[in-house]
Structures are given as structure tokens and as C-alpha cells.
Design a protein around this ligand. Structure first.
Ligand SMILES: [Zn+2]
Length: 82
């Protein structure tokens, strides 16, 4: 009997990372929470408890928010080191 070959359902959705590396403690435990509609994002590290709230473009993804956060952090680090 011609049993239908089991179809492998491939999820083609682009896999976006949801956990990021913490620029403070280096652990992969940073969560980005986008508050859709408000243009705000929360960045939280589950390891060192670093927390930051950012203003992001409304169209920003978690990756964008993370990039904005690291940029800001680096810019800050630069301005404090002399
Ligand atoms: Zn951390």
C-alpha cells in the first residue's frame, strides 16, 4: 500500500536569535524584550542582572535592539575611558 511519504515539515522562517551575549559579563544570557508599539526595548541579562531600557525604532527587531544597546554601551565605554 502506497503510504504517503511522511513529509518533513521544514520551517523556513528565519531563525532569529533570542538570546544574546552579554557585553558586560560575557554570558549568553541576554534577553531582549520589545515593547511593540511603544518604541521601547528592554535588555536584561540573566547572569549579571544588567538591565537597560532603550528607545528603538518601531520597526526594530530584537537583533536591532541588541545592536543599539551594544553601540550605546561601547560609546559610553569610550567616553569614560580617557
Ligand atoms: Zn551579563
Amino acid at each position: 500500500m502506497g503510504r504517503r511519504r511522511r513529509r518533513v515539515v521544514k520551517i523556513v522562517k528565519k531563525k532569529l536569535p533570542s538570546i544574546f551575549t552579554c557585553p558586560v559579563c560575557g554570558e549568553e544570557s541576554v534577553k531582549v524584550i520589545l515593547k511593540s508599539g511603544s518604541g521601547k526595548a528592554s535588555i536584561q541579562c540573566g547572569s549579571c542582572m544588567m538591565r537597560e531600557e532603550l528607545t528603538v525604532p518601531r520597526s526594530a527587531t530584537m537583533v536591532d535592539a541588541y545592536c543599539i544597546f551594544t553601540d550605546k554601551l561601547h560609546a559610553h565605554a569610550k567616553s569614560t575611558e580617557s
